[in-house]
Design a binder for this molecule. Structure first.
Ligand SMILES: [Zn+2]
Length: 467
């Protein structure tokens, strides 16, 4: 009842009347006041409605509430196509707190509030898992549908895969029974499937191990640190100690769906690598003779799984679509041999590639026992051949010096190094970086002094180095 509007309308009506009609207008206005006054005076049925002890609305009387409940029931039934048997809420009334100036709700307004606030009980279907009610569904059809969906929920979704279900078995005993439940607890098909799959969170105990931190524990259990702290309030302000008990949260699916699937898909076939011996290459050297090419095949697997966990996977059949091409690698077998004269045998690799600034032989009235190869400080020095490091350190005028024994009485020496990168006893391969060019010991500038020794006697390195 909009009293104010009526008064307002009446006033406007009077203003629009001619002077002679104004008296009638004033009389009308008075009449409105009288009616309103009588109405307010008679309305002592006004009361506050409480639902489960919470004040919800000012109503004109208990009879209005009954009407609103029936209207709400009709609305819900129409919208959701369900049968309401009643409601489970406690309704009480309080007349003492009514403020006479407040306006009570209409039946329509009240019914909208009741649709939301009352704990409506409906006829529904209950899904029991091992005799425990876990889900409430509006119809048997919905319940059946959710159970069919959950069986498909765990199917793999690979591209180009064809999957057929060979068998499905739910390990738990599942049954639907007719019953009553709260409208608020009714799940639709989609959220029912989610609930079955995600399950409920279960608190499990964990004993803190040496080296654990909140982060490592949370990470290992798919939780956040803040969630871990939330369920372990006892941890606040203390350090983790081995042996301490913590609460962890585990998701436990409501159902264990055991699936046997036949799955057909196209797959790559890896190529094999075949090695061939090649006496024209040094031992340790490799050359690719033919590149490998992956093939493809169609293959059918039988997969058994429980929910998302794969238990077994066997190949039922396969069909090669394209054969892979083997990769062929030539592997060197040539080893160091004795010198064959002045022309250079090509047996040793160059420790560093640059011009020779001083040759082997007589020099300034003395004898130069190796060759000097130009190079900037820091340039890499490589092992001339496979061998074992027998000296790595300071050696008088040689400065930082490395000797490598290549077997059969043969060794090489690398001197004036800036840095040594190997240690005595270490095995090296031909070409390995063993140090850096420098100017240590008796040296006038950065260069590599390189020697070849046969049974301890220095030889002209150029007779052994590859050309
Ligand atoms: Zn030298």
């Amino acid at each position: 009842m909009e009293i104010k509007t009526i008064v307002e309308d009446t006033k406007n009506f009077i203003m629009n009347l001619s002077v002679s009609g104004k008296k009638i207008g004033i009389a009308l206005l008075l009449l409105v006041f009288v009616i309103t006054g009588v109405y307010l005076f008679m309305d002592d049925g006004m009361t506050v409605l409480l639902i489960d002890d919470v004040p919800v609305a000012l109503v004109e009387g208990e009879g209005q509430v009954e009407k609103a409940i029936n209207l709400a029931k009709q609305e819900i039934t129409k919208q959701k196509e369900i049968t309401i048997s009643g409601h489970n809420s406690k309704l009480t009334y309080d007349r003492d707190t009514v403020n006479k100036d407040d306006k009570p709700l209409s039946v329509e307004e009240l019914s909208i509030i009741l649709q939301d606030k009352l704990d409506w009980q409906i006829d529904c279907w209950i899904i029991n898992v091992d005799k425990k009610p876990v889900l409430y569904m509006a119809s048997e059809e919905d319940a059946q549908c959710a159970l069919e969906e959950i069986q498909k929920y765990y199917l793999p979704e690979g591209e180009g895969e064809k999957t057929t279900i060979e068998s499905v078995e739910i390990k738990e005993k599942v049954e639907f029974i007719e019953g009553k439940g709260s409208l608020n607890n009714i799940k639709d098909k989609k959220s029912a499937v989610e609930i079955i799959a995600k399950g409920f969170e279960e608190i499990v105990k964990y004993e803190v191990q040496q080296g654990d931190s909140l982060w490592t524990i949370a990470h290992a259990n798919n939780m956040t640190v803040s969630r871990l702290e939330e369920i372990n309030p006892q941890l606040e302000g203390i350090m983790l100690k081995p042996g301490q008990q913590l609460n962890l949260v585990e998701e436990k699916p409501l159902l264990n769906v055991m699936l046997t699937l036949a799955c057909t898909k196209e797959e790559e076939v890896p190529y094999k690598t075949i090695y061939e011996n090649d006496s024209s290459l040094w031992r340790g050297q490799q050359r690719t003779k033919q590149d490998g090419v992956k093939g493809s095949r169609e293959v059918a697997y039988r997969i058994t799984k429980v929910n998302d966990t794969e238990l077994s996977k066997e190949t039922i059949w396969e069909k090669i679509i394209e054969k892979p091409v083997d990769k062929i690698v030539r592997r060197g077998t040539k080893t160091m041999m004795a010198s064959r004269g002045d022309g250079g045998s090509g047996e040793l690799g160059w420790p560093t590639r640059n011009s020779i600034t001083s040759y082997y032989g007589r020099r300034h009235g003395g004898f130069h026992t190796g060759i000097d190869i130009a190079g900037k400080t820091g340039t890499a020095v490589h092992a001339a051949e496979k061998g074992v490091v027998i000296q790595a350190g300071w050696r008088g005028g040689y400065g930082n010096c490395i000797d490598i024994d290549h077997g059969n009485g043969r060794s090489t020496r690398y001197a004036h190094l800036n840095k040594i990168g190997v240690s005595v006893g270490q095995k090296v391969n031909r070409g390995d970086v063993i140090g850096q060019v420098g100017s240590t010991g008796n040296s006038t500038g950065p260069h590599l002094h390189f020697e070849v020794r046969i049974n301890g006697a220095h030889k002209n390195p150029l007779r052994y180095l590859e050309r």
